[in-house]
Design a protein around this ligand. Structure first.
Ligand code: HEC
Length: 181
């Protein structure tokens, strides 16, 4: 039994360490969570100029349970990651609509209008992360904030802008995104 407990504790330590990769951000000590790219989707958003990007929010198991059930506040250990890509026009997709748009009962003018607002995900821009730890991050609503550009943490100056804006959405525990079923 004792041996089992020791092994379990060791395995737990290894799992906890390997759950994050790369450098930590200087302000909140957050690393990029390993495997986040395969986490379930919470929802998506699109931003206009000057960002012109499209965003996906994903969550770990703890966050997803809370998102789906509408549990507030989010439990400690919740992690939400926001991925983003530049909006780019797809020549291949657009050509398909130009050639076959008539099967959707679209006139050439209507197709042109459709394509003027049609984009796919281009190059990735940056990754933003929120980690819930109500004790460690008590002064920022219980959330730690981090942004990584090409895997490198951004400056503390930029990270200091996160909390004042997220503080506006107190009724949803400082998380803007709602779960899209
Ligand atoms: C000017 C306001 C503003 C600032 C500054 C800001 N955010 Fe956000 N953030 C938003 C809004 C609005 C959303 C929801 C829509 C979206 O994804 O763009 C969001 C979404 C997020 C999400 C997905 C969870 C959620 O709350 O919806 C994360 C994670 C996130 N931001 C992290 C950060 C980090 C890290 C920083 C600082 C580097 C930051 N944000 C700075 C407004 C802001």
């Amino acid at each position: 039994m004792a041996a089992y407990v020791v092994v379990a504790a060791l395995l737990g330590a290894v799992t906890a360490r390997s759950a994050q990769t790369g450098p930590a951000d200087p302000l909140f000590g957050i690393r990029i969570p390993q495997g986040y790219r395969d986490w379930p989707l919470v929802s998506v958003a699109v931003l206009g100029s000057p960002f012109n990007d499209m965003r996906a929010k994903v969550g770990n198991d703890i966050a997803m349970r809370a998102f789906r059930a509408g549990t507030l506040p989010y439990p400690n250990g919740s992690i939400v990651v926001r991925l983003a890509w530049k909006q780019v026009a797809s020549a291949e997709n657009n050509e398909a609509f130009r050639r076959e748009g008539h099967v959707l009962n679209l006139s050439p003018g209507a197709v042109a209008k459709l394509l003027s607002r049609s984009f796919v995900a281009g190059p990735a821009t940056n990754v933003q992360i929120m980690v819930k730890n109500s004790k460690r991050y008590a002064s920022t609503g219980g959330w730690g904030f981090a942004q990584f550009d090409n895997g490198e943490p951004v400056s503390p100056t930029l990270e200091r802008t996160c909390w004042p804006c997220h503080a506006q959405t107190k009724p949803t525990d400082f998380v803007f995104t709602r779960y899209s079923p």
